[in-house]
Ligand binder design. Structure first.
Ligand code: DGY
Length: 323
């Protein structure tokens, strides 16, 4: 029987399943544990299940002298010091695949909603400003036939391209390396450097992980070089974009609008972003469907069970620790 510390109750039946065979302690309430609570939680734990809001750094990892597995309830693992976990022979699991469609749906929803000014339209009606049909009321920009630039062509980037293809969009993408030629052909996607992508794209959607290289990838220089009138969608990680520079690009150009599901300092949002009508804000809910959130928990539990059988799960982030 393993001792498992979980930093928040998770949806679905996964934790109940773990409780049948293991000693599971869930941090109570709806806020993340403090650093001290995290340290106390991992102190005697064999396994930690955490959220993307829990910072699992060297301190926390070192406080768990028996820790063997860290399961992150997210696909992104930027909140965990994976290198330090690996050095300490601790397996790190994440939740790839099961959230691909929900996340791409969210990115495409933000793309459509910003293009067609749905946030403004909703507020307009609620505020009682609608006095009748008008040929020029809330004119947006066409999506069909436009160019979408995808930054990061992993699973979610590819799913975004599939959706865009259905809308007759031209797809440019940038990635560490080009995807296989057959996939490029199927998607009608062209590999370009970031500079070419921002210059030519009417919409840019971010799908890269947060790493030291991608932190502030969209800084003032890049944002100011984007195509005039273009729209930026970020459902990846907030710090990929310099929020102060984004405000400037939205107020003074070249950006027409932005759709944001993630922020630099969640849950705090740059105060200016909340006042700009051309920004659509969402509280990091890219994977938030009943089905997906429960599948994420199931996947973590399956990964844990696989590791406890001394087998290698598909969602192991640091395969170096296996064997
Ligand atoms: C992730 O998994 O990394 C998302 O941001 C949360 O679903």
């Amino acid at each position: 029987m393993a001792k498992i510390f979980v930093t928040r109750e998770l949806p679905g039946k996964a934790l109940a399943q773990l409780r049948q065979h293991h000693d599971v302690l869930v941090h109570p309430g709806e806020t993340s544990p403090t650093t001290d609570e995290l340290k106390a939680g991992v102190k005697d734990a064999d396994i930690l299940i955490c959220l993307l809001t829990d910072s699992i750094d060297q301190n926390i990892i070192s406080a768990g002298s028996k820790l063997k597995i860290i399961g992150n309830y997210a696909v992104g693992t930027n909140n965990i010091d994976v290198d330090w976990a690996t050095v300490n022979d601790i397996a790190v699991l994440n939740t790839p695949g099961v959230l691909t469609d929900a996340s791409a749906d969210m990115a495409f929803a933000l793309l459509l909603a910003t293009a067609r000014r749905l946030g403004e339209a909703d507020r307009f009606v609620r505020d009682g400003k609608w006095s009748g049909w008008d040929p020029t009321l809330l004119l947006g920009t066409q999506v069909t036939g436009k160019t979408l630039g995808i930054v990061g062509m992993g699973r979610i980037g590819i799913a975004m391209a599939q959706r865009a293809k259905g809308f007759g969009m031209r797809i440019l993408y940038t990635n560490r390396q080009p995807v296989p030629a057959g996939l490029e052909r199927d998607l009608g996607a062209t590999f370009v450097e970031l500079s070419g992508l921002i210059e030519k794209s009417d919409f840019v959607s971010l799908h890269c992980p947060l790493t030291p290289t991608t932190r502030h990838l969209f800084n003032a220089k890049v944002l100011s070089a984007m195509k005039p009138g273009s729209i930026l969608i970020n459902t990846a990680r907030g710090p990929v974009v310099d929020e102060a520079a984004l405000v400037e690009a939205l107020e003074n150009g070249p950006l027409r609008a932005a759709g944001l599901d993630v922020f630099e300092d969640e849950p705090n949002v740059h105060p200016k972003l909340k006042t700009l009508p051309n920004v659509l804000l969402a509280p990091h809910v890219g994977s938030a469907t009943v089905e997906t959130r429960s599948e994420m928990a199931d996947l973590l539990v399956r990964g844990i069970q696989t590791l406890l059988r001394d087998e290698q799960p598909n969602n192991l982030v640091n395969p170096e620790v296996f064997g």
